[in-house]
Write a protein that binds this ligand. Structure first.
Ligand SMILES: [Ca+2]
Ligand SMILES: [Ca+2]
Ligand SMILES: [Ca+2]
Ligand SMILES: [Ca+2]
Length: 432
């Protein structure tokens, strides 16, 4: 639905203004417009950024002190590396003109014990740094136009990222991998997903809404038969991969601006009962896990008209969902399991609030939390300081938020974890 202006780097800001205009017309949330919150409770840390932070965080213990550091980009020009008090590490942040929409990924490119940090920049480069702030050899790589796609790391040996008219794959030295780049129709503001011999991405056509495509390639660069698929409208939704019907082959799950949630097989057809119509537009990326322990994977995804949905692999709505928030959802949900075995589903919204839900769609105690500005970043849930309590990190248009010690960490064997944008710090978008 959005008219992308190639000359304007701040589409998110425009979207936000448009959305607020609509909200104002509806006579809702006027208080939030005029009274942005500037102070937060003691467990809610805030690091202000001078422009929107729509990039999504990851966490890793880079300096081996038993506490995880946070990496996140911002439109204020900085890629931040912060400790769990939101203080900069030495030699950070790293600056790039126009800043970052892209979310960082971790990649081991040398024999050091810590991974390197890679991210795409709004001014059209793929950047990579060691933890000491020095540049990774062979990086940055100048690509074309804006890069809003986030890098996906392929088997610790290659890096994939989408651009305007091209899909790129590079090796550790920053050289193009054999068979790449491949041409794509339109622009990938979405991020790629990778699983085994499959690399996928969705595209949109700037200035139009009716030309979105879904690409699926082998790592050789050869397309899967029947791809690319023409979507009804643009897609900003980063595809996620999981074997929904347990036939040994992953499906490709994504949304589009027609408001559809798709689940494509690698043959290019959809699973039975898909696509599902969810709402106005689906620009978020799906999070996938079995949230209600019925043995079937569930697809969690928000819509621009303010609902968070949960659908199972059969295309049925999970009982209790969708949750109607009323604020635009563009970020991906984070899914966690807590000590009593319950799932928590965490998502931010354009109405300034961070939400957490139980698996039955009921709001969790203490939520929603007011972050004082719109949230389009996808939250990370992790125990940063290793004190046995899960912490939440998320970007917002007023900066970076860390909400400490929400729930005790789950110690059992059952899996429910999609703890960050694209599932993991390699941003593969795939459920292993
Ligand atoms: Ca550390
Ligand atoms: Ca399958
Ligand atoms: Ca389920
Ligand atoms: Ca903690």
């Amino acid at each position: 639905m959005i008219i992308y202006d190639a000359g304007h780097p701040r589409v998110t800001r425009i979207k936000q203004i448009k959305k607020y205009f609509r909200i104002t017309l509806a006579g809702i949330a006027l208080l939030n417009l005029n009274c942005a919150q500037t102070s937060f409770p003691p467990h809610h840390l805030h690091r202000a950024t001078s422009a929107e932070t729509v990039s999504s965080p990851l966490a890793f213990d880079f300096n081996h002190d038993g506490r995880k550091e946070i990496v996140i980009g911002s439109f204020d020009g900085n890629c931040y590396l912060l400790d769990d008090s939101l203080r900069d590490l030495p030699a950070w942040p790293k600056f790039s003109h126009n800043g970052f929409f892209s979310s960082p990924a971790l990649w081991h490119i040398d024999k050091s014990a810590t991974p390197e940090i890679f991210i795409g920049s709004d001014n059209g480069a793929l950047l990579g740094w060691h933890i000491d702030g020095s540049r990774a050899r062979g990086f940055p790589i100048t690509l074309e136009k804006q890069i809003w796609s986030s890098p996906a790391i392929i088997a610790d040996s290659l890096i994939a990222i989408g651009g305007e008219g091209k899909m790129f794959v590079f090796n550790r030295n920053g050289n193009l991998a054999a068979g790449w780049p491949q041409e794509i129709r339109g622009w990938a503001s979405a991020s790629p997903a990778w699983h085994e011999d499959l690399l996928v991405i969705a595209t949109l056509t700037r200035g139009e809404t009716s030309r979105g495509y879904l690409y699926a390639w082998h790592l050789s660069g050869a397309l899967y038969p029947n791809f690319p698929l023409h979507l009804e409208m643009d897609s900003d939704s980063s595809p996620s991969l999981a074997d929904l019907d347990r036939d040994g082959q992953v499906e490709i799950v994504l949304g589009d601006d027609a408001g559809l949630l798709h689940a494509f097989r690698l043959e290019g057809n959809e699973l039975p009962n898909f696509p599902r119509l969810l709402g106005e537009a689906v620009q978020a990326s799906p999070a996938i896990a079995d949230i209600n322990d019925d043995g079937m994977l569930d697809l969690i995804i928000g819509t621009t008209d303010g609902a968070l949905h949960a659908w199972n692999a059969l295309g049925d709505c999970v009982l209790g969902w969708p949750a109607r928030i009323g604020g635009e959802i563009n970020g991906s949900a984070a899914l966690a399991r807590i000590a009593n075995g319950e799932a928590r589903i965490i998502v931010g919204a354009g109405n300034h609030r961070l939400y957490a839900f139980h698996s039955d769609g009921k709001i969790a105690k203490g939520f929603p939390m007011d972050c004082g500005d719109a949230i389009f970043s996808s939250p990370l849930v992790d125990d940063l300081d290793h004190n046995g309590m899960l912490d939440i990190v998320v970007g917002a248009n007023n900066g970076i938020h860390l909400i400490k010690d929400q729930w005790p960490v789950y110690q059992g064997e059952r899996k429910t974890a999609w703890p960050m944008f694209r599932h993991n710090a390699q941003r593969t978008g795939a459920l292993e």
